[in-house]
Write a protein that binds this ligand. Structure first.
Ligand SMILES: [Zn+2]
Length: 230
């Protein structure tokens, strides 16, 4: 009975793969099986360092960094990010993060992590979008690992767009002003995992992690992003 109901729903409300756009069958969620199996997963460690770790090398307190997917701007997999940011489907982020957490967790990536912190949106952007997609990543990882997450520790005062209006040098020199730690006592002597949806140059994460370690020098920080984009 249950399956008949599901099949009927498929006919009435067809769902589509978030990558290739083909129709999903009953057992598939968000991605079709073909796109699921050919996911461009981040390659394993290169000379002992991941690409995300290389991009965050200036962060003194960095422990380790990983991304689930790695793709360029031609790739259809970039559409996943549009879905969770602009098309109102943040549940995709939770779904993929759970999957990533199971995989990455096998190598001990989450060992010793005390708290998960999503990269915050500015208050204005949060109001406009209605949700922070990074909170769904935190939630997905938290469900798999049992590590708690907190959204009220770091706030963001300026959007990237406002920052983009400035010159490159100015942007870097102003980087410290974007993120503020509002509950530093929650981070003292703890190993935190900062999670973001996509990393390109790493500058947003460097700003955030630098602000955190400046305010709480005893912190240890690791990073997980859903995607690393060229
Ligand atoms: Zn597909």
């Amino acid at each position: 009975m249950h399956n008949i109901f599901k099949s009927l729903l498929e006919i009435l409300l067809p769902r589509y793969c978030k990558v290739c756009g083909s129709r999903l069958s009953v057992g598939e969620q968000h991605l079709c099986i073909t796109c699921m199996l050919s996911m461009p997963l981040l390659k394993k460690y290169k000379e002992g360092m991941t690409k995300p770790e290389e991009l965050l090398i200036t962060v003194r307190t960095l422990q380790r960094a990983e991304a689930m997917l790695s793709y360029d701007k031609e790739s259809n997999y970039r559409k996943i990010l549009y879905h969770l940011k602009y098309y109102g489907h943040p549940e995709v982020a939770e779904y993929l993060s759970k999957m990533a957490a199971v995989n990455i967790g096998k190598s001990g990536f989450f060992d010793g992590v005390d708290l998960i912190i999503p990269v915050p949106l500015s208050r204005r952007k949060l109001k406009k979008r209605g949700y922070n997609q990074c909170s769904y990543i935190a939630k997905g990882i938290s469900e798999v690992t049992g590590i708690e997450y907190a959204e009220d520790v770091v706030v963001r005062s300026v959007t990237n767009k406002q920052q983009a209006g400035k010159g490159k040098l100015q942007r870097w020199s102003n980087a410290d002003g974007i993120f503020h730690v509002v509950n530093p006592e929650m981070l003292e002597n703890r190993h935190i995992l900062v999670v973001d949806d996509v990393m390109t140059t790493g500058s947003t994460l460097v700003s955030m992690l630098s602000a955190i370690e400046k305010t709480v020098p005893s912190v240890r920080q690791s990073v997980f992003t859903l995607a690393l984009a060229d």
